[in-house]
Design a protein around this ligand. Structure first.
Ligand code: ATP
Ligand code: MG
Length: 213
């Protein structure tokens, strides 16, 4: 077999994974995924809304189905964005390591390289996730910049984790789901913070109206 042919066969598919509660999904998530897709030359980005988030179990989170539908609507016009129900359909709490291992089984062994996309705030929490040292074996961690979190804070990570993190500077949007929920509860506008169809879904389903979160 020709060498070029061999290397083509060996070339791994590069897949981005964008995990999140997405309560609701907003333009900060979408720009992070799009930048990772372009800069890291990914073949696609899979959005994975959490089912029962272990980190957020103490506060109420919207129904998984509402978060899934909003994520679907926000990504529907982008042909290289996909969405997975893997965590939504799982019984019990969702752990990133379980999701990565399960997703690896979707592809022939050794044929895929995962890029797990997280904001700087989330990457700083990584040492407290289940099995962080296995996570960094299953996927490259991409830390995207987020307003309020300086790049220097990556130094807080244990050396072994820090070494594996790929830093990606993106156009920064000071948007959070928490702020959007608060704005809806207060009756303030969320136009231009979320895609228009997500905005209409929030109003139609009366999400976040009486929100003490
Ligand atoms: P919440 O305020 O409820 O925590 P959030 O806006 O942080 O919501 P999440 O669903 O918690 O959204 O985040 C999913 C992922 O997207 C995380 O890795 C988070 O760091 C990242 N992310 C969220 N908002 C931004 C943003 N504006 N810029 C860059 N990354 C972001
Ligand atoms: Mg968050």
């Amino acid at each position: 077999m020709e060498t070029a042919e061999k290397s083509f066969l060996l070339r791994k598919k590069r897949i981005g994974i964008m995990g999140g509660t997405f309560d609701p999904i907003h333009f900060g998530h979408l720009i992070a995924a799009e930048e990772a897709y372009c800069v890291l030359n990914l073949s696609e980005v899979v959005f994975v809304p959490t089912g029962n988030p272990p980190h957020k179990s103490r506060r109420q989170v919207s129904f998984p189905e509402d978060r899934y539908i909003m994520t679907l609507m926000a990504t529907i016009d982008n042909p290289h964005f996909k969405i997975s129900r893997i965590e939504i359909d799982r019984e019990g709490p969702s752990h990133t390591i379980d999701t990565l291992r399960e997703m690896h089984h979707w592809y022939p062994p050794g044929s895929v390289q995962f890029y797990f996309i997280t904001g700087l705030d989330a990457v700083l929490e990584l040492p407290s996730w289940k099995d962080p040292y296995s996570i960094i074996k299953e996927a490259s961690i991409v830390a995207v910049t987020r307003p309020g979190y300086s790049i220097e804070r990556l130094d807080e990570l244990p050396e072994a984790i820090k070494r594996t993190v790929v830093l990606l500077e993106i156009p920064m949007l000071a948007i959070s789901s928490t702020a959007i929920r608060r704005r809806v509860a207060e009756g303030s506008s969320i136009r231009y913070l979320v895609p228009w169809n997500v905005e209409h879904y929030i109003y139609k389903k009366s999400l976040y109206i009486r929100d003490g979160r």
